[in-house]
Design a protein around this ligand. Structure first.
Ligand SMILES: O=c1ccn([C@H]2C[C@H](O)[C@@H](COP(=O)(O)OP(=O)(O)OP(=O)(O)O)O2)c(=O)[nH]1
Ligand SMILES: [Mg+2]
Length: 150
């Protein structure tokens, strides 16, 4: 599935390196740190990093998720302070990335470094029909390991 999304360049430096799919099969678009100077993130520290970009998805049947990059997360402990960022289809502000150093060593983020990735996803908006009882299902109310461990 493809979509055309309006994009505003809020910082002219970002125009050189707009988000793009790295390979034909990529799901994510890397987001870069729009910084004037490098910043250091101490172990346990979280900081909000601007991307210099805004998108307006507009279509309520779409949203975007900001996800960690696996290399940064696995090797350096650089993940997201909100674990996953959700970008609403009507959000028009700057895309911001909450960077959390969950590791044990100081990490330096350079200007323009790729810090996270953006994934467009389909969304279903529910309307709720209030009932007193559900139609019986196979699982019923079982959860949280009710089917066993192995
Ligand atoms: O990592 C993120 C998460 C969110 N946002 C922006 C887009 C999103 O549409 C908006 C609101 O996000 P969310 O609903 O998750 O935050 P909230 O704490 O509920 O704020 P609000 O009261 O503005 O909805 O903030 C980002 O730029 N980066
Ligand atoms: Mg909200």
């Amino acid at each position: 599935m493809t979509a055309t999304v309006d994009l505003k360049v809020l910082d002219a430096r970002m125009a050189e390196q707009l988000p793009a799919y790295a390979t034909p099969g990529s799901a994510g678009l890397d987001l870069r740190a729009c910084l004037d100077a490098a910043i250091t993130l101490e172990p346990g520290q979280t900081t909000l990093i601007p991307t210099g970009l805004a998108i307006h998805i507009a279509d309520p049947s779409l949203a975007a998720l900001i996800l960690p990059r696996s290399g940064l997360g696995h090797k350096h402990g650089i993940v997201l302070g909100n674990l996953v960022g959700l970008i609403d289809s009507d959000y028009q502000g700057q895309l911001m990335v909450s960077c959390w150093n969950r590791g044990q060593t100081t990490f330096r983020i350079e200007p323009m470094e790729r810090i996270a990735q953006l994934v467009l996803v389909p969304v279903v908006q529910a309307s709720f029909r209030r009932v007193d009882d559900f139609d019986a299902s196979h699982r019923g109310e079982g959860g949280f390991g009710s089917t066993g461990k192995a």
